[in-house]
Design a protein around this ligand. Structure first.
Ligand code: PHE
Length: 341
């Protein structure tokens, strides 16, 4: 009969060992069932065995089983408390409420997108629609229709990537002007943001860069409309203190043409390194649409007039944020990009 006693001791040892290895609530529940289960629990079995033990030994053995049962219950509830207060050990449940959370990483807009959106928003508020077209373009839409005939010397102004003799990577978003005018009847106002390409690379030029161009056509559109529009735009973009000046210039698709300057946004016009002590920064090209362009799209130059302008998004962003090397926009260095939240 010491047989049963030894068995009880063995069960106690096995239980303690198993308890020490339990790692989660699920495991603990399994252990409880294994020992205290009403139908098949080990202790239930012991009590059954007890009935066949000699009568004189039964009280003592009964007490031993009871002590075992109490020890098992005590062990289980102690462990339960321990698990509850230290959820981190419940790997088995797959959830550790004590770990620091995984904070979602926040992205931010690319500085060029910030500036691009700002530019678009200013013109949308003035009632402009946003238009686009292909970045791979035929010679006709990129050059010819804009007055840049094949032998025109002004083609040298834009170092071009040729896909074939007749197909180019567009050198400006002016190609959209031609598509728009072929599709629409005046009057309309549109801006044309997009990627453009030129064979040019140094700290202020990138072979791929972004432009926003604008086109307004209708009847009786005059140079004063151009001037007023650009002045409003530049004050919105750089602040209401900004002054604007126009200098005579040349583009094959506008006549007259102007180079548009703003008072230096670094020094306010006093003169500094950025404006090379002139107090002015060149920011836009603009002009009245050349009648030849209207002819090329089938408009009557006698009744239709309009103006166009174009600017580089990188240039605006470099000035606004004081960035001296255009390549930083395209290096995708997070230390740079995360500064523009
Ligand atoms: N298309 C010209 C360029 O890229 C900019 C421009 C647009 C100038 C419209 C005048 C009018 O250089």
């Amino acid at each position: 009969m010491s047989d049963l006693k030894a068995q009880i001791q063995g069960i106690r040892d096995a239980f303690n060992q198993a308890l020490g290895q339990v790692e989660g609530l699920k495991g603990l529940e399994e252990l409880r069932n294994h020992y205290l289960g009403r139908k098949r629990g080990i202790i239930k079995d012991l009590l059954t065995d007890l009935r066949s033990a000699p009568k004189e030994l039964r009280p003592e053995l009964g007490q031993a089983v009871n002590r075992l049962k109490q020890a098992v219950e005590a062990g289980l509830s102690e462990k339960l408390e321990a698990l509850k207060s230290n959820v981190s050990s419940s790997k088995e449940d797959g959830i550790d409420l004590t770990l620091p959370g995984i904070a979602p990483e926040l992205g931010s807009l690319h500085p060029l997108n910030i500036v691009n959106r700002d530019l678009i928003r200013i013109f949308e508020r003035m009632g402009y629609e946003v238009a686009g077209a292909s970045e791979i373009e035929t010679d006709f839409y990129n050059f010819e229709a804009l007055g840049l005939t094949k032998d025109h010397p002004a083609r040298d102004m834009q170092d071009t990537f040729y896909v074939s003799d007749e197909v180019v990577l567009r050198t400006h978003t002016s190609n959209v002007q031609i598509h728009l005018m072929q599709e629409k009847k005046p009057p309309f106002k549109a801006i044309m943001p997009g990627r453009v390409y030129r064979k040019d690379a140094d700290i202020t030029h990138s072979p791929m860069f972004h432009q926003v161009e604008g086109l307004v056509v209708g009847e009786d559109i005059t140079f004063t409309d151009l001037k007023g529009t650009l002045e409003h735009f530049l004050k919105k973009l750089f602040g209401s203190d900004t002054k604007m000046r126009l200098r005579p210039s040349y583009f094959p698709f506008t006549e007259p043409s102007a180079e548009v300057d703003v008072t230096c946004i670094m020094c306010g016009g006093k003169g500094c390194r950025v404006c090379k002590n002139s107090g002015w920064l060149e920011i836009l090209g603009a002009g009245m649409v050349d009648p030849v362009v209207f002819q090329n799209v089938g408009y009557d130059p006698e009744t239709v007039s309009g103006f166009a302008f174009g600017l580089g998004v990188e240039r605006v962003a470099m000035l606004k944020y004081g960035i001296s090397d255009i390549r930083m926009f395209f290096d995708n260095d997070l230390r740079f990009l995360s500064q523009f939240n």
